[in-house]
Design a protein around this ligand. Structure first.
Ligand code: KIV
Length: 282
C-alpha cells in the first residue's frame, strides 16, 4: 500500500503564524528550477514567480506583456525545482481584472497546472469581491499595494507611492480591506517606511516589504537584483549580496579566450575512444 505523506510545503496558515510568533518571513522571486532549488536550500520561506520575469527574463521594459501561458511555464519550473517552499504565482496583467469568474478560472490553472500554493494580485478596491471568491474556493491570495508595476501607464513612473497623508490613508484602508477579504499576506512595494510600519502594526496578517523599510513582517527582493545579475538599473532598496553580472561577464570572457586560443578543452576534458583503452593483443 502506498504511503501518502503529509503536506510538505510551507502553507498560508504557517506564514500567518510567523507574524504571531515574531519570525520574519523571507521571500524571493524565482523563475526557473535551478535558481529555485538553490534559494530553497538557502532557507527562504516563499518563492514568488513574479511577473518581474517580464523585465529580468523576457527583456521587456514593463511587466505588462507577460501572459498566463508564460507565467504558467515559469511557475511549473519553480515548482519542479522545489519541495518545501511555498510557491506563489503572480497573476499577470489582464488575467484578474476582467471578472471574478475569469480570475477564478485563471487562478485555478496556477494551482492545478503550475503547482503553486497561492496567487498574488496587484491592487484592492474593485478586486475585494474577487479575492473573497478566490479564498472561498481554496486559493490563498497574497495582496500587493503601493507601487503596483502593472499600473505603470497610469502612474507614469516607478517612484515611491503613498507619500501624501491622503494616499497613505487610502493605502491603509486598502490593506485592512485585503485582510478582511482573506489575504494571507500583503506585499508593500516602495512606500514610506513609517506607513509600512503603521500598516504592519494594524494587521494580523504579515506584510512583506520591498523598498518599504525594516518594520514589515518580512522582505522580498527580485533574485536577479539581489544577486546583482540584472544591472540595468539598481533601486536604492537593493543591497549587493553578489556582483553577479561582473562575475558572469568575467567567467564568460575567460571561456571566450580559452576557446579562441585552443586551450579548451584539454585532454582531461576530452574522451578517449573505447579501442584506445583496450590493450592491443600480442
Ligand atoms: O513581480 C515581482 O517580482 C513582484 C515583487 C517585486 C514583489 O511583484
Amino acid at each position: 500500500m502506498s504511503k501518502i505523506s503529509a503536506f510538505p510545503r510551507v502553507t498560508a496558515p504557517q506564514i500567518v503564524r510567523c507574524k504571531a510568533e515574531g519570525r520574519r518571513i523571507v521571500a524571493l522571486t524565482a523563475y526557473d528550477a535551478v535558481f529555485a532549488a538553490l534559494e530553497e536550500e538557502a532557507g527562504v520561506d516563499i518563492l514568488l514567480v513574479g511577473d518581474s520575469a517580464g523585465n529580468v527574463i523576457a527583456g521587456h521594459s514593463t511587466t505588462l506583456p507577460m501572459t498566463i501561458d508564460a507565467m504558467l511555464f515559469l511557475t511549473r519550473c519553480v515548482s519542479r525545482g522545489t519541495s518545501r517552499v511555498m510557491v506563489v504565482a503572480d497573476m499577470p496583467f489582464g488575467s484578474f481584472q476582467v471578472s471574478a469568474e475569469e480570475t477564478l478560472r485563471n487562478a485555478f490553472r496556477f494551482l492545478k497546472e503550475g503547482g503553486a500554493q497561492a496567487v498574488k494580485l496587484e491592487g484592492a478596491g474593485y478586486l475585494i469581491p474577487t479575492i473573497e471568491r478566490l479564498v472561498q474556493v481554496g486559493i490563498p491570495v497574497m495582496g500587493h499595494l503601493g507601487l503596483t508595476p502593472q499600473k505603470i501607464n497610469v502612474f507614469g513612473g516607478y517612484g515611491v507611492k503613498a507619500r501624501t497623508a491622503e494616499e497613505a490613508d487610502q493605502l491603509f484602508e486598502d490593506a485592512l480591506a485585503l485582510e478582511k477579504a482573506g489575504c494571507f499576506s500583503i506585499v508593500l512595494e516602495k512606500i514610506p517606511a513609517p506607513l509600512a510600519k503603521r500598516v504592519s502594526q494594524a494587521l494580523t496578517i504579515p506584510t512583506i516589504g520591498i523598498g518599504s523599510g525594516v518594520d514589515c513582517d518580512g522582505q522580498i527582493l527580485v533574485n536577479y537584483d539581489m544577486l546583482g545579475i540584472f544591472d540595468k538599473f539598481r533601486p536604492k532598496f537593493v543591497r549587493d549580496y553578489l556582483n553577479g553580472a561582473a562575475l558572469i561577464r568575467k567567467a564568460v570572457s575567460e571561456w571566450v579566450e580559452d576557446v579562441r586560443e585552443g586551450s579548451f578543452p584539454s585532454p582531461e576534458e576530452s574522451y578517449d575512444s573505447v579501442a584506445e583503452k583496450i590493450p592491443a593483443k600480442k
